[in-house]
Design a protein around this ligand. Sequence first.
Ligand code: GLC
Length: 657
Amino acid sequence: MKYDLKKLTLDEKITLLCGTDRWHTYDAHGKLPVLHLSDGPSGLRKEDENDQTVSATAMPTISTLANTWSREMAKLDGETIADDCLENNVDVLLAPGVNMKRTPLCGRNFEYFSEDPFLAGTLAKEYIDGVQSKGVGTSLKHYCANNCETERLYQTSEVDERTLREIYLSAFEIALKAQPYTVMCSYNLINGVYAAENTKYLKNYLRDEFGFNGLIVSDWGAYRSAYRSIIATLDLVMPYCDKHFDNVKQALEKGLITEEQIDFCVQNVLNLLERCESKKEITTTKEQRHENAVKIAEEGIVLLKNEGALPLKNGKILVSGTYSENPPLGGGGSSYVKTDYKQKTLYTLLNDTLGNGYSVDYANVNLFSLGQTERTQIACRKAYDSDTVILCVGDDGAVEFEGADRKDIKLSPYHENFILNVAKYNKNVVVVLYAGSAIDMSAWIDKVNAVVLAGYSGEGVNESVANILSGKVSPSGKLSETYPLNLESCNVGRNAVDLCERYTEGVFIGYRYYDTYGVPVLFPFGHGLSYATFEYSNLTVTKLGETDFEISYDVTNTSNVDAKEVSQIYVKDVFCAVTRPEKELKGFSKDLILAGQTKRIVQKLDYRSFAYYNLALEKWHVENGDFEIMVGASVSDIRLKAKISIERDESTQKSVY
Ligand code: GLC
C-alpha cells in the first residue's frame, strides 16, 4: 500500500475519519493527499474556495436517464460528467442514487432511476463504470430504504427482510458489480437504527455479504454517534464535525471501541486516496459534453400519447406555456448544476429545424406585465388561429426538491387551467411536460392530442424536444416508473407519519402492485410510443443450465422510420409457496432497428432471474416448477410468451404440498 497506516499518529488517524470542511479529506500534516468530493448525479456541482458554484455541463437528471433504458447512455452520462470532474480536480462524484421510487410523492424521485431494482441497478452499474473509467470515484447512494424526504433525518423505514432484499437492497447489489469507490449511507433509520451506525446493513450485509470493499461515507450530517459509526464500519463522516475527534478519543479511552476498529476505517480512507490517483485524460470538449447531454435527453424523452399531431405536420404551429423559453433543467437541492450554456428557445429551434410549409409562432405568456387571465387569453387567441399548439408546462425545482415531498401529483391549477382553456380552441394540443416523477393528468389528458414527457433533461432539453417534435429523431424513451391514474389509486402515498414509514405493501411497489392486482393506471411501467411500429416474433428459450436460459426473439420495424426500441423481459413464477408479483423485470435491450429491418435479440436469464428471498431458508431460493417468460414493449403490452419448467435437485427444495 502506498500510504502506510503505521506512519500516522493515533490523533492523525482519528482526524482522518472526518472531513475537514464540506468537501475535503484530511492531509495528516502533509503526509497524505487531500481528496475533493462533490455532487452530483446530473452533473458536477462544485463549490470553489469562495463557496461559488463552478459551471459545468447540466446533464439530464437520473429520472430522464432511466427513461432511456440504455446501458450505453448510462455509461456515456458517467463518462461525460467525469470529464467535468477531471477538469475541476474532483476525486469522487457523489452519485448515482438508486433509491426506489416507492411513492410518486417523494421529492427526490427526479434523482432516482426507477420503481424497479433491476432497471435501476443495471443502469447505475453502467453509470458508475462510465465515471470510474476516467479514474474518478463515485458514491452509490443513499444506502438504504431512503424513499421519502419528509423528516428524512429522523424517519424510520420499517421494512421486512424479504422486501428489503428483493426491492431496496437489490439495486445496490447489482450496481456494486461496478465496484464503486464509495457507498453513501442515508439519513434515515433502517428498522429503528440510524443507517450511519447500522452494523447489520453496513457491515454484515454491504461488506460481508455483498463483498463491498470500498469506503462508506455518511450522507452530509447523517452521523449520530462517532463510536457506533466506527463499529458499524462507517469510514468517513462528512462534512467536518467539531465533536467527532473528542467523541472518538473518549470512546477509545472508555473501551467502547478499539484501535483496531479505528484502523479498519483508516485503512479504507488510505485505500481511497490511492484509488483516486489513477486519473485518466479528459477526452471531451465542453461542446462534446453538451452534445452528449442532448443525445441522452433525446433517448430519455418519452412519447406518452400521440393521436397524430406528432411528428409536427405542415401548417401554423404555436409554441406557448410557462416553460416554452426556460424549462427546468433539474429538480431542487444538492443535484443542482450551474451551466453557462445558453439554450435557444424551443420556438427558435423549431423555426430553425422545420422546413418550408411550417410557420412557427410564439405566444410569450411569461411577461411579468401580464396577469394570469391575460396570459391565457393571449395563448387562446393564437391557438384558435393555429393548426397545432405546443404547450410547455409541468413542475420545477420549487415543486420537486430534496428535503421535502410533494403533497399531490397533479400539475398546479394554473397549468391545468391553461391546458384546458387552450384545448377549447384547438384540437391539436401537444403537451410537453417537465417533471421528475409521475403526474396525475386526469383533468386534461382527454382534451389533448399528444403528451411528450421531457422530464428534467438538462441543458440540452430544448434541442432534444425540438428534434423529437419535428420528427428529426424518433422518440425511444420508456417509463421507468408507473404513471398512476391519480394519487388515490397508489398503494403507497402517505408521507412519514409520526416518523415511522411502515412498508406494509412489501414487495408490491409500482407495477408489482398495479399489474398484480389489476389496478388501472394512466401509463404503465415500460410504456413509450415511437414514430415507428414494431412486431415481435420467433421467441426461443434455450436451457443452458439448471437455472440458466438464453432468450432470443425477433423485433421487426414494420414502418418506414428508423428508430430504437426497448424490449423487456418479465418473469412469472406460476406456482409459489409465497406471494410473488405477477411479473418482474429481468431483462431489457434497447436496439436501433432500421425501417423494414428485423433484428434478433438475445438475452440471458440466471438464478436470480427466478429467485425470491425465502425468509425460512434465509437465502435467495428458486422453487421447482413452472415459470412464464414474457417479452413485451411494456409491462402491460406483452407480445411473446413461453413456459419453462425448472427442476432443481430435490435436496435444494423444501417439502411442498
Ligand atoms: C445531501 C444529499 C446527498 C448529497 C450530500 C452532499 O444532503 O442527501 O445526496 O450528496 O448532501 O451535498
